[in-house]
Design a protein around this ligand. Structure first.
Ligand code: PEP
Length: 248
C-alpha cells in the first residue's frame, strides 16, 4: 500500500521568523498523522526549519536544485549542499520554473539524476497547459514529460521519485481538475511508468495531485485510488489550513 505524501510548496513566501512560528503551530496539529508531511521552503528558511522540525514528523524539502555537482554557477545551489544540511526532498520542474526560468525536460532529467545521486528525493512536476488541455492532448503531454524526466533512471532509483501531476491551469487559480479527471491522468502516468519499469515498480511510485488543493476539497482528491498525496501551494501557507489537508 502506497503512503500518502502531503507536501507544501511555500514558493517565494515566508521569512525565517514566520517559518519558525509556522512550525510551532503546525507540529501539534499533524503529530498523529500516518501521512508523510513535507514542507518545501525557500533556501533562506531551510536551516531554521530543519532545526525546528527536529523531533517532529515534519520533513523538509527545497524547491529547486542545480543539475551540476559543483562549479562556476553563480547563485545556484547544489544537491550536495542541500543534503549536507539534511534536506530530504526537492521539487524539480515545477511549472513556474518551466515557464519563468526556461527549464526543459532535459534539464529536469539532469536535476532528477543529481538529486538521486546525492540521496535527495525528487518531487517531479508534470502537467498540461490550458491550451494543451483544450486541444485534447493532456495525456500525451504528461506521459511524454514523465518519460523524458525518467530517462536513464534505473528501477531501484525510481522508487524514490515522486511525481506530482499538476495541471498548469489549476495552479494558484482556484480552479481544479475534478478528482476523477486527476485520478485518470495519474493512472496514465502510472501506465507510462509501468511501460518503462514494469507493473510492480509502477505500483510503488507515489504520484500526487497538485493544483488549488484546499481543506474543503482535499478529501475528494486524496481518497481516489491512484492519488497518493498532494502538492499544495497557497493553502500550505497557513498552519491550520495545511493541517486539515494533511488530516483530510
Ligand atoms: C503548486 O505550487 O504546486 C500548487 C499546486 O499551487 P496551488 O496549490 O496554490 O495551486
Amino acid at each position: 500500500m502506497r503512503r500518502k505524501v502531503i507536501a507544501g510548496n511555500w514558493k517565494m513566501n515566508m521569512l525565517p521568523d514566520e517559518a519558525i512560528r509556522f512550525i510551532e503551530e503546525l507540529t501539534p496539529l499533524v503529530k498523529d498523522t500516518e501521512n508523510e508531511v513535507v514542507l518545501c521552503v525557500p533556501y533562506t528558511d531551510l536551516f531554521y526549519v530543519l532545526l525546528n522540525v527536529q523531533g517532529t514528523n515534519i520533513k523538509v524539502g527545497a524547491q529547486n536544485v542545480h543539475f551540476e555537482e559543483s562549479g562556476a554557477y553563480t547563485g545556484e545551489i547544489s544537491a550536495k549542499m542541500l543534503k549536507s544540511i539534511n534536506v530530504e526532498y526537492v521539487i524539480i520542474g515545477h511549472s513556474e520554473r518551466r515557464q519563468y526560468f526556461a527549464e526543459t525536460d532535459e534539464t529536469i532529467n539532469k536535476k532528477i539524476k543529481v538529486a538521486i545521486t546525492n540521496g535527495l528525493k525528487p518531487i517531479v512536476c508534470v502537467g498540461e497547459t490550458l491550451e494543451e488541455r483544450e486541444k485534447g492532448i493532456t495525456f500525451d503531454i504528461i506521459t511524454k514529460q514523465t518519460r523524458l524526466a525518467l530517462e536513464g533512471i534505473d528501477k531501484d532509483q525510481v522508487k524514490n521519485v515522486i511525481i506530482a501531476y499538476e495541471p498548469v491551469w489549476a495552479i494558484g487559480t482556484g480552479k481544479t481538475a475534478t478528482a476523477d479527471e486527476a485520478n485518470e491522468a495519474i493512472k496514465k502516468i502510472r501506465e507510462e511508468i509501468s511501460k518503462i519499469y514494469g507493473n510492480d515498480i509502477a505500483e510503488c511510485v507515489i504520484i500526487q495531485y497538485g493544483g488549488s488543493i484546499k481543506s474543503s476539497n482535499a478529501r475528494e482528491f486524496l481518497t481516489k485510488s491512484d492519488i497518493d498525496g498532494g502538492l499544495v501551494g497557497g493553502a500550505s501557507l497557513k498552519p491550520e489550513e495545511f493541517s486539515k489537508i494533511v488530516n483530510y
